[in-house]
Write a protein that binds this ligand. Structure first.
Ligand code: MCA
Ligand code: AMP
Length: 489
C-alpha cells in the first residue's frame, strides 16, 4: 500500500497546492518535503519522535507534514489560534522534541519551554532523499488533540493505516479524482480540514487551494470563478455564507447561484446541520449538502449518499469498512427502530490509542473492541439520526469540540470568580455557544472576563454569555445541575 506522501512524484507537474503566495506542483511539494526532512534529520530527528508544527494553512504546512512522515516521525499539528499555554500543554503531553514554525509565530514560540525551535525559513535546499526508515502502515503517524469529558485535551494517536482507511473510504464514496479542485477554509489540526480535505486531495493528485482565513465574500467569489469542484465545511460556515448572500441585491444573488454550477459536491460535517440551513443552502446555491458524521478518534463513519438520497436531519448510512451499532444504557445492542442509544464503531479508521493514557483508552472501548462515541442516535429505515451527546460537559461551537470542565478550571483562576459552571447553549449561527454561570463576590462583568481570558484560552472557548448567581443550583448530592443553568440563559 502506497501512503499519501510516498506518491507525490507520480503526479509531477499537476498543481498540488495554491496558497496566498502562489501555485506549487506535486514535484515542488515533494522536493520541499525532502529538504525539510533532511534538515530535521540533521537536527537529530528519529523514527517515532514527535514533531510539532505551527504553520499557517499554506504550502509549507503540507511539505512539513510529509517531511515528518518521510522520517517515520509523528506529526503534531498545533492550532494556530491557540495561546502559548495551550501549545505548551500539547508539547509537554506529547513529549515533543522539536517545533517547526512559520516566521509569523516567532514572537510566541520563543515563549515555549523545552522544545528545539526550527524556523521554516532556515531550511536549506538539499534535495537528496533522506534515508527512509523502515516504515509500515501500522506505525504511528499523527497525534490530534481533542477535548472530552476530562478537563485537559487528550492526544488521539493515529497510524498511517487508520488515516489511510478514512482517505480511501472518502475517495471512493465521494469519487475524488485528480481533476478535483477543493477550496480549503478549515483549520489543519483537526480531521475535517487535515484528512477529509487536504489528504484526500493529495492522495488522488487533486488541487487544494488554501484561503488564509475563512471569509464569506472571498469564498463566494472563488466559487464564481468556476474552478472549484468540491467544498466541505462545518454548518457555521454555511450559515455565514447564507448571511452574506442575504445581504446582496437580487441581481447579485442570482450571480452567486450561477457561480456554484461547476461544483460537483458540497459536504457538511463536524456538527449537526440544521434542516433550515440545508434547505436554504439548496435554494440559494442549487446544492443539496451531503451531511456526514465523524470523530477525531474514528475518522469518518457515517454519511449520506453521493448519488442517492441525502436525508434532511440524518447523518446517513455506514461508510465502507465501518461497522456501526447502537447500544442502550444497559449495554444491549438495539435491534428495534426508534429506540435511542449510543453509537459504537468498529473499523480500520479507528485510532490506536490516547497518547500515554492507557486507562482512558481502555475505558473508551467496550470489552469486545467497540469504540464508544458518546453520541446518542436512532436508526430509522437504515439511516442514522443523531439526537445529542451523553455528556453535558461537551460543547460543539463552530465545529470545535470544547470541554466545559477545561473552561471551568481556567475560570476558577480568575480572582473575582469563587465558583463557576460552564454549559453550551443553542445558537443558530455557532450551533452552541459557551455560557458561564458564576458566583462572584465582586460581580465580574462579561467584557472584563473576556479580556482576561484572551491569552489563556482559544477564542472559541471564551464565554459569550455570563450570568452571576448567589449560588449554583445543585442536586441533593451537591452536583451542579447544568440543565437548570441552561434554562437560566
Ligand atoms: C469565534 N467567535 C465566536 C466563536 N468563534 N463566537 C461565538 N462562538 C464561537 N465559537 C467570534 C470571535 O470572537 C469574533 O468576534 C467573531 O466571532 C469572528 O471570529 P473569527 O475567528 O474571525 O471567526 P471565523 O473566522 O468566522 O470562524 C468561524 C469558523 C471557525 C470559520 C467557523 O470557527 C472554524 O474554523 N471552525 C471549524 C472548526 C473545525 O474545523 N472543526 C472540525 C473538528 P468579534 O468579532 O466580536 O471579535 S471536528 C472533526 O474534525 C470531526 C472529525 C468531524 O466530524 O469533522
Ligand atoms: P471531534 O472530536 O472534534 O472530532 O468531534 C466529533 C463530534 O462531532 C462527534 O462525536 C459528534 O458529536 C459531532 N459531529 C460530527 N459530525 C456530526 C454531524 N453530522 N451531526 C452531529 N454531530 C456531529
Amino acid at each position: 500500500m502506497k501512503l499519501v506522501f510516498q506518491n507525490l512524484e507520480y503526479f509531477r507537474n499537476k498543481t498540488a497546492i495554491i496558497d496566498c503566495r502562489g501555485k506549487y506542483s506535486y514535484s515542488e511539494l515533494n522536493d520541499r518535503s525532502v529538504c525539510i526532512a533532511n534538515y530535521l534529520l540533521k537536527t537529530g530527528t528519529k523514527k517515532g519522535d514527535r514533531i510539532a508544527f505551527l504553520i499557517a494553512p499554506e504550502f509549507d504546512f503540507v511539505a512539513t507534514l510529509f517531511a515528518i512522515w518521510k522520517l517515520g516521525a509523528i506529526a503534531v499539528p498545533l492550532c494556530t489560534i491557540h495561546p502559548v499555554d495551550e501549545w505548551q500543554y500539547v508539547i509537554d503531553d506529547s513529549q515533543t522534541k522539536r517545533v517547526v514554525y512559520g516566521e509569523e509565530f516567532l514572537g510566541q514560540v520563543v515563549q515555549l519551554n523545552g522544545p528545539q525551535l526550527v524556523s521554516i525559513l532556515d531550511i536549506e535546499p538539499i534535495t537528496i532523499n533522506p534515508q527512509h526508515p523502515n516504515l509500515v502502515a501500522q506505525d504511528p503517524s499523527l497525534i490530534l488533540y481533542t477535548s472530552g469529558t476530562t478537563s485537559r485535551p487528550k492526544g488521539v494517536l493515529h497510524t498511517h493505516q487508520s488515516l489511510n482507511a478514512t482517505i480511501h473510504s472518502l475517495v471512493c464514496s465521494w469519487r475524488w479524482t485528480f481533476e478535483d479542485h477543493i477550496l480549503h477554509v478549515l483549520p489543519l489540526h483537526h480531521t475535517h480540514g487535515l484528512v477529509n480535505k487536504l489528504l484526500c486531495a493529495m492522495s488522488v493528485g487533486a488541487t487544494c487551494e488554501f484561503l488564509p482565513k475563512f471569509d464569506a465574500e472571498t469564498v463566494w467569489n472563488r466559487f464564481s470563478e468556476g474552478k472549484m469542484t468540491l467544498f466541505m465545511a462545518v454548518p457555521t460556515i454555511y450559515s455565514k455564507l447564507i448571511a452574506f448572500w442575504e445581504e446582496q441585491t437580487g441581481v447579485k444573488q442570482k450571480e452567486l447561484f450561477k457561480g456554484c454550477k461547476n461544483l460537483r459536491l458540497m459536504v457538511s460535517g463536524s456538527a449537526a446541520l440544521p434542516v433550515s440551513v440545508l434547505d436554504k443552502w439548496e435554494s440559494i446555491s442549487g446544492h443539496r449538502l451531503l451531511e456526514r458524521y465523524g470523530m477525531t478518534e474514528i475518522g469518518m463513519a457515517i454519511a449520506n449518499s453521493y448519488s442517492g438520497e441525502r436525508r434532511a436531519g440524518y447523518i446517513g448510512t455506514p461508510l465502507p469498512d465501518v461497522i456501526v451499532r447502537i447500544v442502550n444504557e444497559i449495554g444491549d445492542v438495539i435491534e428495534t427502530v426508534h429506540e435511542q442509544g449510543e453509537i459504537q464503531i468498529k473499523g480500520a479508521s479507528v485510532f490506536k490509542e490516547y497518547w500515554n493514557k492507557p486507562q482512558e483508552t481502555k475505558d473508551s472501548f467496550t470489552e469486545d473492541g467497540w469504540f464508544k462515541t458518546g453520541d446518542s442516535a436512532i436508526l430509522v429505515n437504515g439511516y442514522y439520526k443523531i439526537l445529542g451527546r451523553n455528556s453535558v460537559d461537551i460543547i460543539k461551537s463552530g465545529g470545535y469540540k470544547i470541554s466545559a470542565l477545561e473552561i471551568e478550571s481556567k475560570l476558577l483562576d480568575h480572582p473575582e470568580i469563587d465558583e463557576c459552571t460552564v454549559v453550551g447553549i443553542a445558537d443558530e449561527e455557532w450551533g452552541e455557544i459557551v455560557a458561564a454561570g458564576v458566583v462572584s463576590t465582586f460581580n465580574v462583568q462579561l467584557l472584563t472576563l473576556q479580556d482576561w481570558a484572551k491569552d489563556k484560552m482559544a477564542p472559541y472557548k471564551i464565554p459569550r454569555r455570563l450570568i452571576v448567581l448567589n449560588e449554583l443550583p445543585r442536586n441533593v448530592l451537591g452536583k451542579v445541575t447544568k440543565n437548570e443553568i441552561k434554562k437560566l440563559f
